[in-house]
Design a protein around this ligand. Sequence first.
Ligand code: ZN
Length: 653
Amino acid sequence: MIKLKSLPLKDITINDAYWNKYINLVPDVIIPYQWDILNDRVEGAEPSYCISNFKIAAKEKDGEFQGAVFQDTDLAKWLEAVAYSLEWNPNEKLEKLADEVIDLIGKAQDETGYLNTYFTIKKPNLRWTNLKEGHELYTSGHMIEAAVAYYKATGKDKFLNIMLRNADLICDVFGENKNNKGYPGHQEIELALVKLYEVTGDKKYLDQAKAFIDRRGYQPNYFKIEEQRPEYERIFNEFSEYLPLYSQSHLPVREQTTAEGHAVRAVYMYCAMVDLAYYYNDRELLESCMRLWDNITTKRMYITGAIGSSGILERFTTDYDLPNSSNYGETCASIGLALFGRRMMQITRDSKYMDVVEKALYNTVLSGIAMDGKSFFYVNPLEVWPDNCLPRTSMEHVKPVRQKWFGVACCPPNIARTLASLAEYIYAQAEDTLWVNLFVEGKARVKFGERYINLTTKTRFPFDGNIKILLEDNEGMEFNLAVRIPGYVNKYSITADGADIGKEGYDKGYQYIRINGQKEIEIKFDLTPKFVHANPLVRADSGRVAITKGPLVYCLEEVDNGSNLSACFIDTRQPITEEYHEDLLGGTTVLKVKGMKISQENWNPDELYKDTGIVWEQKEFIAIPYCYWCNRKPGEMMVWMKEYFGDRTGFIF
Ligand SMILES: [Zn+2]
């Protein structure tokens, strides 16, 4: 089966009330802000040292390397975001700035093609000696992704050539017939090498990606061998008792059945596995991807599309272990999950993958960034009590307010590149079929054969389930439109020029419509808000309820509902009411639910326990979309609310 392709970013214009709030920030705020960060010009933010490190490596200034071992990737992801942004929003000044920084990158590369400021400045003799912790291959991966994106956006090949030299060196060192049988401690280069193959057609890059994936997880473990070598120097103390499972090197990838270890490493690896399964027609590898996907999405994923239950080692734990306040749920991990899901959809044509992609994008990816585009969450809890997020505790990783930057800053530029390339998620195409995966207002130009058609989408999704797709310039043409029917939609109807198209032509979550001159497709999804329960095996959510509307998960915030959300109980027998507020959070639908709250009135602060029962107060609670939390005032937040089962006030548990 042919892999579906995204439409080129330049052929899509997003003009959507829900997404504009964030997308419009990319060229105007996020890219300039992050450039200032990379140059250490933002007061009160953790320093990045990124550009400084490149200048030192390029011998343009003196000094020491500073920052994390993978600091170069912040610049890589920034450049990747710039590339995507230039594609749909050309900007000469920004392109010139990018060209200048690419020149700097070129100067920081040595004559062998090696490029990594940490090792070049600090440990020139220790290249490739600590793949477990050194992140050299991971860093090259992000640089390659940026170079490919920049080449596609501008047609300029300087950056691409820099990274081809680097990739050639990597193939030389780690190739199938070479002595070094290592593979990355943090996966990323595998999917990047696939992109390099796609843009150059040179199969050696694909073969190198396959070699990295195929050799992973065999015994004796490469990282354990590496640690025994005399030249090995530890970089991270927490890796002293290294668990191969942490880097998914505990088993050969085809034998892995559960998602284990560091969540970002895992999903980046699964992306490459899907790509390789496709290019090598490797059914076994694809089945492994399907199993791992199912394990994540049926047993190890939050309702918000967050993954990584443990704050320690940022990792998956065990089935149904989904604690709400102490989880990691790294923004990057949800981005990786979206990248994984999009690839799965593109080769299986099954909409279940896009349901999760949409969930991750609309909830956790957006919660990772403030509406001003200048502060970020790395960790995405589903419940926060700011007072207990204390350093040197098990809650230390949870930040109750978004931060200007981080010492380890993988997430903010990852959000930037994701928002800048959001349009890649909206459509997919192969032959004479166009798949509509996300419902985003705007325009697209779609090429069928030698002809272009124009498509305009009008919608207020996700606050409203009506979507109109207007087709122009399709006279005398026949093609298929495949509309995704999301899993959360219980009722829907679709008409073409007013005629009901019925339910025939439904396959794996898509309604296929044969277009033969029709001009207007009208889709109506029932997006009535719902109470949702978790499988009782999810200990953290037993007796609790969440509220959703379409792809959006809602939450309670202290600013609307007072403090101690833990004492709030929702009465799910009462209806959920919806109100659209034009002036709230840039325009949003709030949901109101009824319930009870345990009164504080008959308690004094010096009593910790007593045997006199509890008193209820009737309450109405206001819920807002989870992604918007902490955009007004810092405070408590809660997604999974306790459910009220009593019939009368004064009911004693
Ligand atoms: Zn991150």
